[in-house]
Each structure stands twice: as structure tokens, then as C-alpha cells.
Design a protein around this ligand. Structure first.
Ligand code: ACO
Length: 320
């Protein structure tokens, strides 16, 4: 037995922001952003919270699965941009949708968050701890972005995606996960700092800071390695894979990964042109779009791969 993903859902903020809109804020151009990243637009919150977007995505995933919130055993939210330290987003969502019987908690592995949460939910189900799970990736990164830094503010978008998975499928899932904290300085965001009666630390700007070139080099090296590792576990090669659903950071990163795996770029669906980099929300939102567009056909071999701050990266092979 294994697990099956039987429902997907997503939610994006109403406001869409184009590259031309950003060129009014910082010295940049549509041409530069498209050429370097593949991004043309993104959705930016004008009030929607991580919890609200997550709840909307969860309701759609449950509707798609034909299940009710009362039936949910485990509710996991992957995010690095919660509105508050406590309560966690998952508990907020639990209250909003009425998942009264669920165990709910958050997990932060930045852009790998959804993949790590899916692995956690899979392990809970394989261990018999729960029979089903709502797994969410959700971010409102626009509150962590320095809107005067043209190197980062052009990259990110806000949104949430969710999948509902149940124990009982025949097809096995395979996972690999990795972390390298020694390289964590390549992408940071200081949101809370030590300040108490005994110590006062100098205040750093609480914004995302990134060494773009280091992240780029990390992604095009580690992600294909992780994908080959998980394919080895599954007894498959990249040629056996129908779709590679990757974290949507940058089109040039996806192209580089396709080249290293010697696979046609058409096997790598993208939505980052419309939604930008939504960190942990990227994979579940793309999965939902693919499912609703009828592109996930029964029996397909799908590889998911998340990678990002931490540094963290991981991959999964699954059948739909
Ligand atoms: N518009 C115009 N010029 C810009 C912009 C912009 N938005 N941003 C930077 N520049 C300028 C720089 O100031 C620099 O100018 P200079 O030569 O006069 O100093 C020049 O462009 C080159 O800057 P680099 O940072 O070296 O540009 P690079 O070619 O590396 O592209 C980018 C930057 C797109 C961020 C690239 O490094 C990249 O894609 N990195 C991957 C990072 C990523 O995707 N991060 C997402 C978060 S992590 C994750 O999701 C995995």
C-alpha cells in the first residue's frame, strides 16, 4: 500500500503585478527580468494572509477530492512567511475550514517546504499515525521582500497550493531529502532578533538577502543529483519520467536542470512566467494547474523537486 493524491487546490491574491509595474518602483525593465528569469508577472497580496490563501486552497483541494474538512487527520502547512510566530498557520487554517479532528502544524524548509511536508505526511501515513493529510505550501513573501532591491523584488510572488492525500494507493512514492546548513548564508531573511533586558543586538533589515549566483550554481548542480538519486531508488531513469514538476525559481535554472538530465524542456511544465517564485507554494500550485488542465494522466510517472534556502533540496517520484 502507499498513498494517493486525490485532490488539489490553489489560491492566488487578486492583484497581479507586471514587470512594467515593477519598473516604476526600481531601475529595471521587462526585458531584463524576462531574459534573466522567465518571469513576466506575479500576484501580490494587498491584504490576503498566508492563512487565508491556505484555507482557500485547502477548501478547493477537499472539494476536488470529494472529502470534507471533518475527515482530515493531518494538516501540514509549509511556509517561511507566516503572519505570526504563534499560532502556527496550520492551526489558523484548521479553525477557518473546520478541520476539527486534524493534527495541525507548520514546517519551514523554504522553497523545499512542500516537498518536505509531503514526505512527512507520507511517513505519517506509512507509519499508520494517520489515514489522510492535507499538505499545503503557502507564502506571502511580499512582506519579506525589500522593494528597493531590484535583485530580489522582481523574483517573488504570493500564493498557496494544497493537495489532499489518502493512504491506500498501489503505486509507491520514493523520496530523497538533503540539507546543507553550512551554505545557509546564500539566502537569508532575519525576521526576529534577540532583544531582551540582558542583550540588545544591532537591528538588521528584516528583508530577503540573496547571493543569486551561488543559489543558481547550487540549484543546477544539486537538483539533478537529487533527481537521479530518487530515480535510482525507484529503479527508473529520467527517460521513464513523463513530467518534472520543479520548484519555479527561474526559467534558466529549469533549463539547466533539463539539460543536465538530458531531457526535453517540454517535460518541465512552468507557470513562473505568470506567478513568479512562490517558494513553498510553487509546486502545489503548479500541480493544481496541471490537474485542472487535464495534463496529469493516470499511470504517468511524475518527479517533484524542491530546492532553496537552508540550503535544502529534495525530490519525489510518484505516479498519478
Ligand atoms: N534589473 C536590471 N538590472 C539588474 C536587476 C534588475 N532587476 N537586478 C540586478 N541587476 C543588475 C545588477 O545590479 C548587476 O549590475 P552591475 O553589473 O552594474 O553590478 C547586473 O544586473 C548583474 O547582476 P547579477 O546579480 O550578477 O545578475 P545575474 O545574471 O546573476 O542574475 C539573478 C540575477 C536573476 C537573481 C540570477 O542570479 C539568478 O537567477 N539566481 C538564482 C536565484 C534565484 O532564483 N533565487 C530565488 C530564491 S531561491 C530559490 O527559490 C531556489
Amino acid at each position: 500500500m502507499s498513498i494517493r493524491i486525490i485532490g488539489t487546490g490553489s489560491a492566488l491574491p487578486a492583484k497581479s503585478v507586471t514587470n512594467e509595474d515593477l519598473a516604476k518602483l526600481v531601475e529595471t525593465s521587462d526585458e531584463w527580468i524576462r531574459e534573466r528569469t522567465g518571469i513576466a508577472g506575479r500576484h501580490i497580496s494587498t491584504g490576503e494572509t498566508v492563512a487565508e490563501l491556505s484555507a482557500a486552497a485547502c477548501s478547493r483541494a477537499l472539494e476536488d477530492a470529494g472529502r470534507t474538512a471533518e475527515e482530515v487527520d493531518l494538516l501540514l502547512v509549509a511556509t517561511c512567511s507566516p503572519e505570526c510566530g504563534v499560532p502556527c498557520v496550520a492551526c489558523q487554517v484548521q479553525g477557518m475550514i473546520g478541520a476539527a479532528h486534524a493534527v495541525a502544524f507548520d514546517l519551514n524548509a523554504a522553497c523545499s517546504g512542500f516537498l518536505f511536508a509531503l514526505h512527512t505526511a507520507w511517513a505519517y501515513m506509512e507509519a499508520g499515525i494517520c489515514r489522510n493529510a492535507l499538505i499545503v505550501g503557502a507564502e506571502v513573501l511580499s512582506k519579506l521582500v525589500d522593494w528597493t532591491d531590484r535583485g530580489t523584488c522582481i523574483l517573488f510572488g504570493d500564493g498557496a497550493g494544497a493537495v489532499f492525500a489518502e493512504y491506500g494507493g498501489k503505486e509507491k512514492f520514493y523520496f530523497v531529502q538533503h540539507s546543507d546548513g553550512s551554505k545557509g548564508g546564500a539566502l537569508t531573511c532575519d525576521t526576529r532578533q534577540l532583544k531582551n533586558p540582558y542583550v540588545e543586538m544591532p537591528m538588521e533589515a528584516p528583508w530577503i538577502r540573496m547571493d543569486g549566483r551561488e543559489i543558481f550554481a547550487f540549484a543546477v548542480r544539486r537538483v539533478p543529483e537529487g533527481i537521479e538519486e530518487v530515480l535510482g531508488k525507484a529503479g527508473m531513469t529520467a527517460d521513464d519520467v513523463d513530467l518534472f514538476v520543479l520548484h519555479q525559481a527561474n526559467y534558466r535554472i529549469i533549463e539547466g536542470i533539463a539539460k543536465r538530465l538530458k531531457q526535453d524542456a517540454e517535460k518541465f511544465p512552468v507557470n513562473l512566467d505568470r506567478v513568479g517564485n512562490m517558494s513553498s507554494a510553487a509546486i502545489p500550485v503548479l500541480l493544481d494547474e496541471l490537474k485542472r488542465a487535464g495534463r496529469l494522466k493516470s499511470g504517468m510517472n511524475i518527479v517533484l523537486s524542491g530546492f532553496g534556502a537552508g540550503l535544502t533540496w529534495g525530490a519525489c517520484v510518484m505516479k498519478v
